[in-house]
Design a protein around this ligand. Sequence first.
Ligand SMILES: NC(=O)c1ccc[n+]([C@@H]2O[C@H](COP(=O)([O-])OP(=O)(O)OC[C@H]3O[C@@H](n4cnc5c(N)ncnc54)[C@H](O)[C@@H]3O)[C@@H](O)[C@H]2O)c1
Ligand SMILES: O=P(O)(O)OC[C@@H](O)[C@@H](O)[C@H](O)[C@H](O)CO
Length: 473
Amino acid sequence: MITHLEHRQAAPTGLRLSRAAGHGRPTAPVRIVHLGLGNFFRAHQAWYTDNAPDAADWGIAAFTGLSRDLADALAPQDGLYTLVTRAPDGERLRVVSSVSAVHGGDEHDAWLGYWADRAVAVATFTVTEAGYVRGPDGGLDTSRADVRADVAALRADPHAPVTTVPARVVAGLRLRRSTGAGPMTLLPCDNLPENGAALRRVVLDLADLVDPGLAAWIAEHVAFATTMVDRITPATTAEERDAVRAATGLADTAPVRTEPYSEWVIAGTFPAGRPAWEEAGAQIVEDVLPFEQRKLWLLNGAHSLLAYAGGVLGHRTVAEAVADPWVRGWVEAWWDEASRHLDLPDDDLLAYRRALVERFGNPRIEHLLAQIAADGSEKLPVRVGPVLAAECAAGRLPLGASTVVAGWALHLRGRGAPLSEARPDRVAGLADGDLADTVRAVLDRLGPGLGGHEPLVATVLDGARALEALAEA
Ligand SMILES: NC(=O)c1ccc[n+]([C@@H]2O[C@H](COP(=O)([O-])OP(=O)(O)OC[C@H]3O[C@@H](n4cnc5c(N)ncnc54)[C@H](O)[C@@H]3O)[C@@H](O)[C@H]2O)c1
Ligand SMILES: O=P(O)(O)OC[C@@H](O)[C@@H](O)[C@H](O)[C@H](O)CO
């Protein structure tokens, strides 16, 4: 295995990462604010910004969303961290310098301060699908207690601390309007279809409830860009910290490991500017949709299939699950089904599938199925629902899609990884009754009327029984 250090590293062993000690570049002025400081942001948006030729002009102030632990880990090392890019046969380590400031999500005054600053031109987000607090129709879910509390707080005091993502954004934009800090762009980077429009909708919904006139100001001054983001980035483990220390001699409490592959496709306008991300490999396009569907269905849909069906069969990681011939067969079936509904040349799709087989099989990316299985109620309607409905509408009973549904039904009934849902109310009652009841209920979640499609129900039930039989074998 080859280990390549991209930057000069400093001895002595155990020295903490620090700009004063000459690690990384000098701190760049903050012109981007990020919400959702976690692993993916640091392997993706922060890395592209670090690679841009104008990186010295574009620093990021990054806020955690929920727990402030990562901010506390990164602050003593000046926002610097080691990105470990793991190929099957070797790895590259580099110190990423683009994060100029780190904050806990509870530092609301600091958050507001950036939004009032004319120098800040872009806000990016990686807050998980659940973080957008959308209701079933995609609008703001005003039935949530946290949303209601935030609306009441902002009506009473524009500076009041708030917790939901749309409320944090509305608070920031309201201050930006009053300080005349000018237009900016919001750039969501979560695995949601049309994520720019999705964020815009919940932000405008909440603005309307808080401050008459604010929604119109936002519509005129704030651009919502849409993105497709891709780079498989599992959660960091203690072993990773030890491995980085062994390779570099540096004590980094928050390294990130990721794969060599990376894609960022962006559509939108940037009235206050942005880094030259396209020179770091991002694609700026008119329409993200074909890239987004290809990725959400072929990559993320297959991930969910691996997580649920592979989890029932006792697999722990993506690489383990995709090496199982049964699971691999279902993944290929799913890819055939999804590809029929993608408006892209066959050769492109085949090349993408071949690359996915390699990426999933990378033994040095230990991507836990349990991490992917979380929040299925948010993910499956987006990753699998559209293909399932389209296949049924075309008169077919899709094996791959049915196996994802079968795996999810069993997962909800306690098989595979432990159930983890940001919105437990969304899955309440789904596991009640017998397996057929669960299958009907989950199908109805994925497409109107699918729970009453008897041949489909029978196909999913067959799939679930086959999974159970294989798990017992
Ligand atoms: N990890 C990947 O491979 C990957 C790849 C593409 C896209 N993404 C997107 O990035 C998201 C985050 O992935 P990650 O690996 O960085 O996870 P992570 O757990 O390392 O970080 C998640 C961040 O989001 C915040 N957050 C979580 N729920 C929130 C909520 N309800 N409101 C506000 N903030 C919230 C957390 O506090 C944390 O700061 C994913 O959900 C996905 O949409 C991840
Ligand atoms: O990050 P999530 O929870 O939306 O989904 C889990 C994985 O499918 C996802 O993180 C992929 O690894 C990623 O989308 C690859 O770019």
